[in-house]
Write a protein that binds this ligand. Sequence first.
Ligand code: MG
Length: 256
Amino acid sequence: MKKTIFFDIDGVLYSSGEILPGAVEAFNSVQNKFNAVLLSNSVRKTKQEYCKQFLSDGFKVDVSQFCSVLDSAKRFLSGEAKDKKVCFFCREKVKKEFEKEGFSFVELQECDMVLLAFYPDMTWNNMNKVFQAVFLGAELVLIEGDKWGLAENGKVLGPGSIAGMIDNVCGCGFRVIGKPSKQFFENALKQFNAKPGHSVMVGDNYAVDIVGAANVGMKTIFVRSDVPQTFFGNPPSATVESAAEIKKVAEKMFVK
Ligand SMILES: [Mg+2]
């Protein structure tokens, strides 16, 4: 049975939209021996948009190899949240994609659940409105738990930071649908017919990629970047300086 490598995209294969050195060769070459899946928390692009970009950059990939957090969000909304009145904070393009598929959302004052995705245009005023809704009892759910992300104008606060701040005030707690939630990694394994012990997650974010994958029993490869990380709990199974080293390290992991 072929083992599976799950790749995070930003920080592993790309950085600020630029391909990282050796990433294309590394991704293409692992596919002789491994199944390769692209597992991103990003809601900035659809799977089709990602695939188009990857193909034009020289990656040998098919749209079926992308695992999107947006699919998890749709599963969540049509499953356990199907009776909720949801207010969705995300880019307009993302919301339209959901609405095209029949999902509907309400305004903040009518909601009993606030769904937060990466939203670079989040204003102080909007954050306050989310706080008010949560304070009155709305449930807070994040599509991605990242504390920050990259936007066109540089680093911006992510849903994880905003939810952390509101939780700090209200003690409301919040849940995350995407990485690092257990549910997200379990669904990804199921979707690609992969066993945790036969799978590796490659990521540059310790708290989101490495801890999340390790929690479901996957092996992990941490790609070092210039972003400061706080380590806690178990260390990654291996650490590399760039994508170019992934194949060799992954092969070693599965040699008995
Ligand atoms: Mg990353």
